[in-house]
Design a protein around this ligand. Structure first.
Ligand code: FAD
Length: 485
């Protein structure tokens, strides 16, 4: 054991019961979407692996991210469909939202995912799960503080950091005086807010915003950027904005929150808005809600790891810096998933583990460079996105053709009453290859994935235009979308 480390002092302060030190082939910090599959693969290759997790196996995706939100969004969709049931000739006597049941259903799905993750990690005899908080106490040394205060020190030549990110708390005057919600805490709210005010206008904000609107809340979204969904093309962003506004969500753009305070009606959020962007219904640029949700991005869980003890570099935003092979500046130490910065998605984290595993164990030469941006915004309709936007393609000077089509032209959309949305594909005019797509439609994520396959296989747009799709699927819209070129 190294001498003079902080944990020795900590040990006496918390009345340490056990202080073991164990050598592993690999230590994985964080049981996230890269850490778990990597642990199982390395164990399969004969490595002795330790997974350190401070809370729940499965990390954000399973416990507080994708799984709970999409499960709750399914409840919101049922409420939406029940409300529309007369449009389909089904007359109901009304309905009630029971938030306890919504949360209970969500918890059951989360628990089942968490349990099966745990089962998967427990199966190989050469994986040891250590529950506790990990910090670096040396270059290849990690100390874990367990719930009972005991410490254990682990060493390994290979350390994989998959510690994820947490809701960012913006520095807004007065925030510490109100009871705000984050994407973590709102998941356990047992009531439907009368008026949910959301600071932030990105995908987490919009998914929660539409969910609670459907469950019966008044919802106001406050976005500081001058453009709604500024990373997307304007036609797609404004189509989605219109859909959300038609659902009754108020969206303030170009609104900077200057202060938050409590008043007898609830939580008041004051904004400064440049002339011209003033929304008449927002009296004196302020909005008072019963609940406030912060959805202003996610901060990496890197500093708390004491990365300095290992000499690991962070960037100016606190993310661990890595190269295209996910190697940190310290040989043998890697960072995967949200903690390394860049796009924060489960599929990115999962793919990170493949890059690292193939390079280390299969003598591969994998890299994250050139990985196609791909994601789905799970509003209803969904926005499935792949590759370049039109504005990105134009900025790169690519000679492009743009195919667009309203979702209302899809036969199946009319038949199912899901006509909202807009489809768009960006094609390289010189070689007919698809270089990007935005599928804002029911099933938009699946439509986008079809185009993703085409992009990977180099299938040109004219072949998809002339392809035989089964009628009436949503996918057959690709004939007409590319027929528009
Ligand atoms: C509300 C919400 C909705 C989302 N929806 C989607 C979606 O639909 N699709 C999608 O692709 N992505 C979605 N995401 C993002 C997605 O959840 C993450 O990108 C994904 O989980 C990848 O995370 P990760 O593997 O980097 O780490 P995580 O899954 O965050 O895991 C990190 C783990 O490390 C543990 N940890 C951290 N520090 C320590 C420490 N010091 N010691 C021990 N353990 C530690 C944490 O407890 C955690 O379990 C969503 C996120 C949120 C918040």
């Amino acid at each position: 054991m190294k001498q003079g480390h902080g944990y020795c002092n900590m040990a006496s302060a918390v009345n340490v019961k056990i202080h073991a030190m164990t050598k592993y082939d690999a230590i994985i910090i964080g049981s996230g979407q890269a850490g778990n599959p990597l642990a199982k693969k390395l164990a399969g290759a004969g490595w002795k692996v330790a997974v350190i997790e401070r809370k729940w196996v499965g990390g954000t995706c399973i416990n507080t991210g994708c799984t709970p939100t999409k499960t709750m969004i399914a409840s919101g969709r049922i409420a939406y469909l029940v409300k529309r049931s007369r449009d389909f000739g089904i007359h109901l006597d009304g309905y009630a939202v029971n938030m306890e049941d919504v949360i209970r259903r969500k918890n059951a799905v989360v628990l089942s995912f968490r349990e099966s993750t745990m089962k998967g990690l427990l199966q190989p005899a050469n994986i040891k799960i250590e529950f506790g908080n990990a910090v670096f106490t040396g270059e290849k040394e990690v100390t874990v503080t367990k719930e009972d205060g005991s410490l254990s020190t682990l060493t390994a030549n290979h350390i994989f950091i998959n510690a994820g990110a947490s809701p960012a708390i913006p520095a807004i005057p007065g925030l510490d005086t109100v009871n705000y919600l984050t994407s973590d805490t709102i998941l356990d709210l047992l009531e439907v807010p009368r008026h949910l005010v959301i600071i932030g206008g990105s995908y987490i904000a919009l998914e929660f915003g539409q969910l609670y609107r459907r469950l019966g809340s008044e919802v106001t979204v406050i976005e500081s950027n001058a453009h709604f969904l500024s990373k997307e093309d304007e036609d797609i962003a404004s189509e989605l904005k219109k859909i959300l506004e038609d659902d009754g969500i108020k969206i303030l753009i170009n609104a900077r929150v200057s202060q938050v305070s409590s008043n007898p009606e609830g939580i008041r959020v004051d904004c400064t808005m440049p002339p011209g962007s003033y929304a008449p219904e927002i009296a004196a640029h302020s909005v008072t809600g019963s609940h406030l949700l912060l959805a202003t991005g996610r901060s990496p869980n890197a500093t708390a790891l004491n990365p300095g003890a290992a000499g690991i570099h962070l960037d100016e935003h606190g993310f661990i810096t890595v190269n295209d092979r996910l190697e940190t500046n310290i040989p043998g130490i890697y960072a995967l998933g949200d903690v390394k910065g860049g796009a924060q998605f489960t599929h990115i984290s999962y793919n990170d583990h493949l890059v690292v595993y193939k390079n280390l164990v299969e003598n591969g030469n994998e890299s994250i460079a050139g990985r196609l941006p791909v994601y789905c915004l799970f509003t209803d309709p969904e926005l499935g996105r792949i590759g370049l936007t039109e504005k990105e393609a134009r900025a790169k000077g690519i000679h492009i053709k743009i195919a667009t089509m309203p979702a209302a032209w899809i036969a199946r959309a009319s038949e199912t009453g899901e006509t909202r949305g807009l489809l768009k594909a960006i094609v390289d005019a010189d070689n007919k290859k698809i270089i990007g797509a935005a599928m804002l439609s029911t099933g938009g994520g699946e439509l986008m994935s079809i185009l993703q396959m085409a992009m990977m296989g180099g299938v040109t747009y004219d072949r998809i235009r002339d392809m035989v799709f089964a009628h009436p699927t949503f996918a057959e819209c690709l004939n007409n979308l590319f027929g528009s070129l």
